[in-house]
Design a protein around this ligand. Structure first.
Ligand SMILES: [Zn+2]
Length: 485
């Protein structure tokens, strides 16, 4: 059987069985759960996969992380799903803002689609391997806490991805495109200072202010900014600054995100920030401790894998949206500032788009939904946000696919995304992603040469250096009971 026939088999299976995964995505959408508390979402997927013959293992001491495996031998391909929601984004399936339950969570990043679409892809590939008597292993990873908590970093530290040959994943977005870009890594750290309290009016000379130390540390870091590489980002908030102006603060705390594109350089900058804290403590005669909260590594993209995904996209064709969907999307766009055309301009600038891409995007200036497939647009871009896919990408080759699940002008993590994630626009983007990942996987199982090339590139990117977890050994993920709290 040639690969075209194989590709058609997985596409047909996904078309015939789409209602299962639309229902799975909708069910997760209806019961949005926050990071580390995705009990219903993870069990819904694990139970389904178990019924389909996968063997399910819950990973380490992480409540809501699991791996579902089917098949035997090499290659072992990982399908990487997520399912956590965002706080305060409850929203009805309608194009105007109205929560279902005020203040409750909602799927503002489309992770209901991300998880269910990736399950769909893994099962489509399993059926294809089975019906064609092919060897190879399919694994689905249910990954918790992407929005907050860096679940994959803990899974990576537990060795969950170590023996994968390649990983496939996607993220709901505004365009269909694989990725050749990078993203910076991040360390999230609290610096907590301890001083000596005193009456600020009566005997200030007896006080040693922890807040002074926090302020001086921030001043020091703001000077440090000039002497770091361009990709470095350092941002902070003061999480504790004392109780009243007439009490010299005994304790104060500042919370930092420190980002850089290379893991080694990130570690170097973190050490320099720590020295600034040391200086601030010395100046104010206070002490401090460093409380590491979370971190994730820089993202690498495998270009060869991105090109395979683009080939798959071309063979599948664009997403076709109905008039009703286009109207729904336009109403959402109208609710946010800027026009569809402004959004296209932003994308052209951000991607430093080639004339060919500019011409293609120009066709969508008046469209609230972009159904067309694009080759990787971000080849030279290092995003200055971070994702825990970074840690996965330092262990195994991956290219994070995007598919159109959201109206063009809707900002990330907004009620507009929640609305689109719960209806047919999101479902279509999800199925498109499931097909692209499945067709790509079929190619990887069918022709070992692809993986040889993918691994050659991966080795060049990492320099063959083994993965080092960005989180210290003693940092453990939080635990919540099944009822949550
Ligand atoms: Zn997300």
């Amino acid at each position: 059987m040639d690969t075209n026939e194989s590709a058609q088999q997985v596409i047909d299976w996904l078309d015939q069985n789409q209602s299962i995964f639309i229902e799975m995505a909708d069910q997760i959408w209806r019961t949005p759960e926050l990071a580390w508390k995705e009990f219903k979402s993870s069990h819904l997927q694990a139970d389904y996969l178990e019924n389909e013959g996968f063997s399910v293992t819950w990973i380490g001491d992480l409540n809501t992380a699991f791996m579902a495996e089917w098949g035997e031998g090499k290659p072992i391909l990982g399908f990487i799903g997520e399912y956590d929601a965002l706080p305060g984004l409850s929203q009805k399936k309608q194009p105007t803002k109205e929560p279902i339950h005020e203040g409750e969570p909602g799927h503002g990043c489309g992770h209901n689609l991300l998880g269910a679409g990736t399950v769909a892809s893994a099962v489509a590939v399993q059926k294809w391997l089975k019906s064609n008597d092919k060897s190879g292993t399919v694994r689905y990873y249910g990954c918790p806490a992407e929005e907050k908590g860096s679940g994959k970093v803990f899974m990576a530290r537990a060795g969950a991805f170590d023996d994968l040959d390649a990983a496939l994943n996607f993220h709901p977005a505004h365009l269909n495109t694989p990725s050749k870009g990078g993203a910076v890594g991040v360390n999230a750290i609290y610096f907590r200072f301890y001083g000596q309290t005193a009456h600020a009016g009566g005997s200030p000379h007896k006080g040693r202010s922890a807040l002074d130390a926090v302020e001086l540390m921030n001043v020091g870091v703001n000077y440090l900014r000039e002497h770091v590489k361009d990709d470095v980002r350092m941002h902070y908030i003061i999480t504790e600054g004392g109780k009243a102006p007439n009490i010299v603060p005994e304790e104060a705390e500042v919370y930092y995100f420190i980002r850089a594109a290379k893991p080694d350089y990130l570690a170097e900058v973190v050490e320099r920030v720590r020295k600034v804290a040391e200086g601030a403590a010395l100046m104010t005669e206070t002490t401090f401790e460093v409380l590491f909260e979370e971190g994730c590594s820089a993202l690498l993209s495998n270009h060869y894998l991105a090109d395979l995904q683009y080939q798959a996209m071309q063979s599948i064709g664009p997403i076709t949206f109905t008039e009703a969907e286009i109207e729904f999307a336009q109403k959402i766009n109208d609710a946010f500032p800027g026009t569809n055309s402004d959004y296209i301009d932003d994308k052209i600038e951000y991607y430093k788009a080639s004339p060919e891409i500019v011409a293609a995007l120009d066709e969508y200036r008046d469209q609230p939904l972009v159904g067309r497939n694009f080759r990787a647009l971000d080849e030279h871009i290092i995003a200055t946000g971070s994702t825990d896919v970074g840690d996965l990408s330092q262990i195994v080759p991956v290219s994070l696919l995007s598919t159109t699940c959201f109206p063009t002008g809707v900002p990330g993590h907004s009620w507009g995304n929640v609305a689109a994630s719960g209806m047919s626009i999101g479902h279509k983007g999800m199925l498109h992603a499931a097909k692209i990942m499945a067709v790509t996987a079929v190619k990887l199982y069918s022709d070992p040469n692809h993986l040889v090339k993918i691994h050659l590139e991966f080795k060049q990117q990492t320099g063959g250096k083994p993965y080092v977890s960005p989180i210290p050994e003693d940092v453990k993920p939080p635990h919540y009971g099944p009822e949550g709290d």
